[in-house]
Design a protein around this ligand. Structure first.
Ligand SMILES: Cc1cc2nc3c(=O)[nH]c(=O)nc-3n(C[C@H](O)[C@H](O)[C@H](O)COP(=O)(O)OP(=O)(O)OC[C@H]3O[C@@H](n4cnc5c(N)ncnc54)[C@H](O)[C@@H]3O)c2cc1C
Length: 298
């Protein structure tokens, strides 16, 4: 019963009028914030997937957490319920928080899920004063006449449906779409390497069991060096720490500028005070001064 009520409260947009004032493309954190700000215009939010949350729903690993404290990743008009909790929120908590924001400001009714924008045309022409609209002159960019035509495909359909708008807000993000695979010189890429090569966006699509199966007993190299890479290296190591597996120590050495890395429990490590420090995911705690690459992943 409670679930039925929750679903009823989250009734989404079923039909898009042929002409509307505002289109918002994307239902991640940016699209939700834009929808709230433009609610007076009854905006249409086109979201390609069946859910809000953007990368926090679709581009995360089992261990992905926010790397900023809760108060630093918060809408100014909607606080985290457990704002003082010092742990870094999991991706599930973040999606709950974003859904709570949509509940709070009744944003679901603007959202058209499963609607992928495939085409946008500017209808105004050069004489429309397009540059002026964006020049910061304070003029209202809503001109009272359609300026944009937006093409949508829904579901498995190949048919593009077009709708007209006065104003379009792009909230499509920059991390959740096309994998950026490195290009290797001839003879130094996949034709000579016989192992599995996978982009993190594809790894995200695997279940927990599949990721463990993929990594167990393998020598893994993580290409890239930021938060996502560290999360992935952790997961590779964890997949090999079961019975008969070998616990390993991972070390990351590099300049530290106050950036801190959540521990497996989600609590914040103290930011390091030295210009070069190593963070370790092993139970033995941070190790300084070691950079043995053989311990990086096994
Ligand atoms: C693994 C990971 C960890 C991160 N950690 C942090 C962090 O700790 N702190 C931090 O501040 N930031 C972090 N980020 C950055 C994160 O991208 C932003 O915090 C934020 O989620 C971006 O929100 P967004 O709404 O702009 O974009 P997104 O979350 O990418 O949402 C874009 C939405 O647009 C939709 N969309 C895209 N194209 C179309 C289309 N053609 N038609 C219809 N819909 C479309 C997508 O389906 C998606 O729902 C992280 C990102 C990743 C991937």
């Amino acid at each position: 019963m409670a679930m039925a009520q929750g679903q009823a409260a989250r009734a989404t947009r079923e039909a898009v009028p042929p002409v509307s004032r505002v289109a918002i493309i994307g239902g991640g954190i940016s699209g939700l914030a834009a929808a709230k700000q433009m609610a007076a215009y009854d905006p249409v939010v086109f979201e390609a997937t069946p859910s809000v949350g953007g990368v926090w729903k679709h581009c995360v690993y089992r261990t992905t957490r926010l790397q900023t404290p809760r108060p630093d990743y918060e809408f100014s008009d909607y606080s985290w319920k457990n704002r003082d909790d010092p742990s870094f929120p999991t991706h599930t908590e973040i999606v709950d928080y974003l859904e709570g924001y949509a509940d709070e400001f009744d944003l679901w009714r603007y959202i058209s899920f499963g609607s992928k924008v495939v085409d946008i045309k500017f209808l105004g022409g050069a004489e429309a004063g397009f540059t002026e609209l964006w020049s910061g002159t304070g003029k209202d960019p809503l001109r009272g006449k359609p300026m944009w035509e937006v093409g949508i495909v829904t579901g498995d359909s190949n048919t593009v449906q077009y709708y007209k708008f006065e104003f379009v807000v792009m909230c499509t993000g920059k991390y959740g779409d096309v994998p950026r695979m490195p290009v290797f010189p001839p003879g130094k890429g996949p034709e000579v390497f016989k192992g599995t090569v996978m982009h993190s966006l594809d790894y995200c699509k695997l279940s927990e069991e599949e990721t463990v199966e993929l990594m167990r007993g393998k020598k893994a190299v993580v290409v890239g060096y930021k938060k996502s890479a560290i999360d992935l290296a952790n997961e590779c190591a964890q997949a090999n720490q079961g019975e008969g597996g070998q616990a390993c120590t991972m070390l990351w050495c590099g300049p530290c500028t106050g950036w801190c890395h959540p521990t497996p429990s989600g609590a914040c490590r103290s930011p390091c005070s030295t210009p070069h420090a190593c963070l370790s995911s092993s139970t033995s705690g941070p190790t300084k001064g070691s950079s043995d690459p053989s311990s990086a992943a096994s």
